[in-house]
Design a protein around this ligand. Sequence first.
Ligand code: SF4
Ligand code: SF4
Length: 369
Amino acid sequence: MPSILDSLPNLYRNLFPTFFQGPMPVEAKATCSSCAMCEAANPLRIDAVDGVNRFFRPDTKCCTYHPRLPNYLVGAILADEDAAMAEGRRRIQDKIAHGVGVNPQWIKAPARYNLLYSNARQVFGRTEALRCPYYQSQGGLCTIWRYREAVCSTYFCKYVAGADGRKFWMTLKTWLTLAEIQLSRYALLQLLPDYVLLGKDKADASSGPLTIEDLDDKRLPEKDYAELWHPWVGRELEFYRRCFESVRALSSEEFENLLGLDGVVEQAVLKRVHEASVAPRLPKTLKLNPSATIQWLPDGSLAMASYSEFDAVALPGAAYALLVEFTGKEPVEAVRARLREEKQADLHDDILVELYRHRILVDAQAPQS
Ligand code: SF4
Ligand code: SF4
């Protein structure tokens, strides 16, 4: 089974704690090369569960997002001379030359992009206007895949472990985001200490009103840009490469110190949710989730969804009459015995686990949120 490290940039192999050598939930339902969210891969249209078409465009897939790349990952991309990285390297170099959303800590979304993103509704996966600048439409590939950041490394449209899988990846994202912030700050302290000492790593310039430069997707006025980068103006590529070298030289003990108590707490949370994502346990008492959405399909089968509008479970139509018997009033084994006796039917453990993980069936004894 692949390890969690296998899903992350190589740079982290010698840095991250041994926990990350543990098994990764394999997300076989997110069939990216034949995108599970595109209509071509959904002959039964089971993603239009409540009648709303949520299929993604093949020329965007889920990449209607602008990553925030930390300085050392930018440097890693620039330093990777593999021919397979040529297009990704070129796009990063273009970004740096253009200078929009580019600062010594991150290459991130332009302010105008953020404005569009935060004011759009129901557009994820479905608009060219928000397509990632590193996405290659032809072939639908990511040009910087080896170095993708916290959000891109942990996003899946569907999870084999359903809600538990999503919880694991979201928690991993939180941990990775902390690592990216601390590692990028560490690199700044080595190469441009004033950036951290004057609190520029905390200022979020994009939270204020948009400037003319923001609206026209132009870089900062020359004086402001020079002030931000001094003494690295004109040597930004070298700066990013040096950030990569600084982070690469860290030991795992030094990295642990950088994350401090926050890192300890986040890792403990991550361990807890990891188990549920790779080793499911069925609750003693289950009930049909009243919030689950149901769609009857033309072939008489059923698509049900609960924890995510993108992750429906397909079932034979006859299964519904069995599911309603799960009312939470008796243990799972008693319901199954009754189904066998009264309806000459059964729902096996693996099916119940699948339905529970997707929260079509929920733990009747758990506090309802
Ligand atoms: S994770 Fe993204 S690319 Fe992969 S199958 Fe899902 S929507 Fe498609
Ligand atoms: S960096 Fe890659 S994975 Fe992330 S949004 Fe862009 S194209 Fe998609």
